[in-house]
Design a protein around this ligand. Structure first.
Ligand code: ADP
Ligand code: MG
Length: 287
């Protein structure tokens, strides 16, 4: 299922003193099976854009096409449930939204709301808990006794339990330690590769963009100011620095090495690419 934005504007509380124009003329396509990253400073409109992906909000102008559903400012709020099921959004700090007395009930809440039986719900809960790397011994625990990282996994399992085609993640690793962050990113990669899930990731970590995404959208003041493959968008490190977006660690490292005479045709974006280039350069010297 593709998702397409055409000339999308969005304004919070239009025609009131609190009016806030948050998105301007957004045009973009998220292809079925792709892994997209959205980057940009706080307030640039990332979370607002995400809410359009499953019609939680409707554009003030323009259209958002989600699979075969076209959402316009006039779309009525009925019959949006199928879209909510196909596009699952994990908001920032999703653990804050846990509320049931057991992990199993929390994960099964969505599916049961959509008509699954208690038994089916429990089965799904068990499966999804496995997907997020936790075993069934947690099923009957209270979510509130878990660690922060585990709570977040349970919240994500609740979104996965709806079996969405598109998984949308708003800063999913914020506040986790480096190991927890790595495990979580690998879990999303696994869902992408093994289940063919389309992923949309909001992040401020350029290393995550470089390591996982095949397309990146750079947002600034409610607009998408650059779109492309990470390898293209990240080539211009001067631009990234000017925009204060940060540079992938491997690219920054290669730039430091270049001051010492190491030269590359293509700026490396990941540790593996950098390692390959260094090995190739060494092999070249040895000849
Ligand atoms: P980001 O996720 O990139 O930090 P947001 O989408 O949250 O950006 O915000 C974009 C703009 O919309 C900001 O100017 C923000 O203050 C404003 N905004 C966000 N949510 C609301 C809201 N519920 N009501 C009014 N303005 C909002
Ligand atoms: Mg945000």
């Amino acid at each position: 299922m593709d998702i397409r934005f055409e000339q999308v504007d969005f304004t919070y509380q239009p025609n009131t003193p609190f009016e806030q124009h948050a998105l301007f003329d957004i045009n973009l396509t998220i292809k079925d099976g792709s892994y997209s990253a959205i980057v940009g400073h706080t307030g640039s409109g990332k979370s607002t854009l995400l809410q359009h992906l499953n019609a939680l909000v409707k554009p003030t102008k323009g259209t958002v096409t989600i699979g075969d559903r076209v959402i316009t400012p006039e779309t009525d709020n009925k019959n949006l449930k199928p879209i909510r099921k196909k596009v699952g959004i994990v908001f920032q700090f999703p653990e804050a939204q846990l509320f049931e007395e057991t992990v199993a009930k929390d994960i099964a809440f969505g599916p049961q709301n959509f008509g699954a039986s208690e038994e089916e719900g429990r089965k799904l809960a068990e499966e999804m808990l496995g997907l997020v790397g936790m075993d069934e011994s947690y099923l009957d625990r209270s979510p509130f006794e878990l660690s922060g990282g585990q709570m977040r996994r349970v919240a994500i399992a609740g979104v996965l339990a709806m079996e969405p085609e598109v998984l949308v993640l708003d800063e999913p690793t914020a506040g986790l330690d480096p190991q927890g962050r790595k495990e979580m990113m690998e879990m999303f990669q696994h869902l992408h590769e093994n289940r063919g899930m389309t992923i949309v990731l909001v992040t401020h970590l350029m290393d995550d963009v470089a390591n996982y995404a095949d397309q990146v959208f750079v947002m600034e003041k409610g607009q998408v100011i650059k779109t492309g493959k990470p390898s293209d968008v990240f080539q211009d490190t001067q631009w990234l620095k000017k925009k204060q977006l940060g540079v992938p660690t491997a690219a920054a490292f290669a730039e430091k090495l270049s001051e010492k005479g190491f030269s590359t045709d293509q700026l490396p974006l990941t540790a593996n690419q950098l390692a390959d280039q260094i090995l190739n350069a060494k092999a070249g010297e040895a000849q």
